[in-house]
Design a protein around this ligand. Structure first.
Ligand code: S3P
Length: 174
C-alpha cells in the first residue's frame, strides 16, 4: 500500500466483524487500530449503552461523529473500525469520501449477523428483536454504505482470516 492511502476504514452493520477484522488487519499491516465505540467510551468515560440510555441516540451520534473526525484527522496510516451508524450523518459520509481515505464495506446478510450482533452489550438498538432491527437497518443503510464504499467485501460464510485476506487484496492498490 502506498502512502497515498492514509486510513483504511471498515464500515458495515453491527456484527459483521469490523472490530475483529480490523484487529487482524492491524496485526498483519502493523498499523494501529482505532475502534470508534472504544474511542467514544474512552473520551466520555461512559459505556455506549449508558450514553444511549441516559442521553439518547442524538447525543451518541454526536460523540460518534467526533470520534470519526478525530480518527481521520490523525496522521496515518491506521485501520479505523467505524461504528455501524456512522454513515447516517451526511457530514460523516462527506469525510469518508475524502481522498486518501479507503473505505471498505463489510457486507453481510442481516440474518447471518443477527446472532453475533445480539451478543454485544454496546448495541442497545437491537433490543429484543435483532433480526428485525438489523433487517430494517440494512434497508435504510445499504445505500449509504454503498455511497461511501471504495470496495465491497462480502463476509457471509467466510472466516475472519478469509475476510482479512479479501480486504488486503482490495486495498493493496490504494
Ligand atoms: C450502532 C452500532 C454499534 C454502536 C451502537 C449503534 C449502530 O457499533 O455504535 O450500538 O447504530 O449501528 P458496532 O457497529 O461496532 O456494533
Amino acid at each position: 500500500m502506498s502512502p497515498a492511502c492514509e486510513h483504511v476504514v471498515l464500515v458495515g452493520l453491527m456484527g459483521v466483524g469490523k472490530s475483529t477484522v480490523g484487529a487482524r488487519l492491524s496485526e498483519v499491516l502493523g498499523w494501529p487500530l482505532v475502534d470508534s465505540d472504544e474511542q467514544v467510551e474512552a473520551a466520555t468515560g461512559r459505556t455506549v449503552r449508558e450514553i444511549f440510555e441516559r442521553d439518547g441516540e442524538a447525543v451518541f451520534r454526536a460523540f460518534e461523529a467526533r470520534a470519526l473526525a478525530d480518527a481521520l484527522d490523525a496522521p496515518g496510516p491506521s485501520i479505523v473500525a467505524a461504528a455501524g451508524g456512522v454513515v447516517l450523518a451526511e457530514e460523516n459520509r462527506r469525510r469518508l469520501k475524502a481522498p486518501k481515505i479507503e473505505v471498505v464495506w463489510l457486507r453481510a446478510d442481516a440474518t447471518t449477523v443477527a446472532a453475533r450482533a445480539a451478543e454485544g452489550v454496546h448495541r442497545p438498538l437491537l433490543a429484543d428483536d435483532p433480526v428485525g432491527v438489523l433487517a430494517r437497518m440494512a434497508v435504510e443503510r445499504e445505500p449509504l454504505y454503498r455511497e461511501v464504499a471504495d470496495h465491497v467485501v462480502s463476509v457471509d460464510g467466510r472466516s475472519v482470516e478469509e475476510v482479512t485476506g479479501a480486504v488486503l487484496e482490495v486495498v493493496e492498490a490504494c
